[in-house]
Write a protein that binds this ligand. Structure first.
Ligand SMILES: Cc1ncc(COP(=O)(O)O)c(C=O)c1O
Length: 348
């Protein structure tokens, strides 16, 4: 049976070039800073983000955590969206492990934050309050339809941060998707931000790893916080080698994923009992509402899975909802196949 796995771009398998690079990678002990392949990846990541330095970490969650630990001390406060992955999907690690207080403001449907709300969330100098230290953005925004925030939108938040002497961090798990969708460089996107975390193991298809990028001083501190959470790796060049290939070969093709996501949404919009606005599709993530009476998202997911099409059921306060993510390994014919299965399920 054909398998079309649209649950997440984390299911991507490494390309043949990645496997070859991993096999041949020159290695050393990275805790001593002696793995040449890790060093090369870190230089490449710093160059692509326009930052002074970069650090390889295990995952996006670890990248965000070590960044927040490097920016903030215990009792400091971080301002972030109420739909942020850092707030909802990382076990509250910032608070649990860092003693950092999350202060949420509502995410607008496009993943941005209302600037007045952001500025209003900055604490004044008052002995009763935690100390505001950091503002976080997410780009692309996972739960807000994978929308890409523009350099101008990010710059407006950065300006508020600078005005109040706060630092800024971007959870850029999919920042390369944002850059490709907007036709700008990642460097341009994060120019006004102090730090960024991006994932190698999502759309860029590497098997493991994320990069934290920022100033040399910030990365020195992040290297310490990475060590305390057990993230100091040894011959990590094995995974860094795939990361180098990811940055050199897998960025431009993200446009294919965006095209496939748009084609999927356009197909779904024609199917009775499903709601999806193709105009909202900007990158590789989209959400489909199920308006057919009595059809739960669990039933929809199970029926699709029986024919090899996998999507993710998503908790929703409105109509039952599923998430669909396109990625390396999904071709235009897979989208056609998936739409055929969905049509049969909805009409059956
Ligand atoms: C926006 C965002 N940030 C961070 C992460 C965490 O990445 P990881 O699964 O590598 O920990 C994810 C994972 O899906 C994500 O979507």
């Amino acid at each position: 049976m054909r398998l079309v796995d649209l649950r997440s771009d984390t299911v991507t398998l490494p390309s043949p070039a990645m496997r070859e690079a991993m096999y041949r990678a020159e290695l050393g002990d990275d805790v001593f800073g002696e793995d040449p392949t890790v060093n090369r990846l870190q230089e490449l990541a710093a160059e692509r983000t326009g930052k002074e330095a970069a650090l390889l970490v295990v995952s996006g969650t670890m990248g965000n955590l070590v960044s927040l630990l490097a920016h903030c001390g215990r009792g400091d406060e971080v301002i972030l969206g109420d739909k942020a992955h850092i707030f909802i999907n990382e076990q509250g690690g910032l608070a649990a492990l860092g003693g950092i207080v999350p202060h949420t403001v509502p995410n607008l449907p496009d993943g941005t934050l209302d600037l007045k709300e952001v500025e209003g969330a900055v604490r004044g100098d008052n002995i009763h309050y935690p100390t505001s230290r950091l503002i976080c953005l997410e780009n692309t925004h996972n739960t807000c339809f994978g929308n890409a925030l523009t350099p101008a939108q990010m710059g407006q938040v950065a300006a508020i941060a600078r005005k109040h002497k706060l630092a800024t961090h971007v959870d850029g798990a999919r920042i390369f998707n944002a850059a490709v969708a907007l036709g700008v460089s990642v460097k341009e996107l994060v120019a006004e931000m102090d730090s960024v975390q991006f994932c190698l193991s999502k759309g860029l298809a590497a098997p493991v790893g994320s990069m934290v990028c920022g100033s040399a001083d910030f990365i020195r501190e992040a290297k310490r916080t990475r060590k305390v959470v057990g993230g100091g790796m040894r011959q990590a060049g094995i995974i860094a080698a795939a990361g180098v290939v990811a940055l050199e070969q897998m960025v431009d093709r993200l446009a294919d994923d965006h095209r496939n996501a748009r084609a999927f949404a356009e197909g779904v919009a024609q199917i009775k009992g499903l709601v999806c606005d193709p105009r909202r599709v900007v990158t590789n993530i989209l959400y489909v509402d199920i308006s057919k009476p009595g059809m739960s998202s669990a039933e929809f997911v199970a029926k699709l899975a029986a024919d090899g099409v996998r999507v993710l059921s998503r908790p929703s306060t409105g109509l039952p909802q599923v998430r669909v993510v396109t990625h390396y390994g999904i071709e235009a014919e897979d989208i056609t196949y998936a739409l055929g299965v969905i049509k049969r399920v909805m009409e059956g």
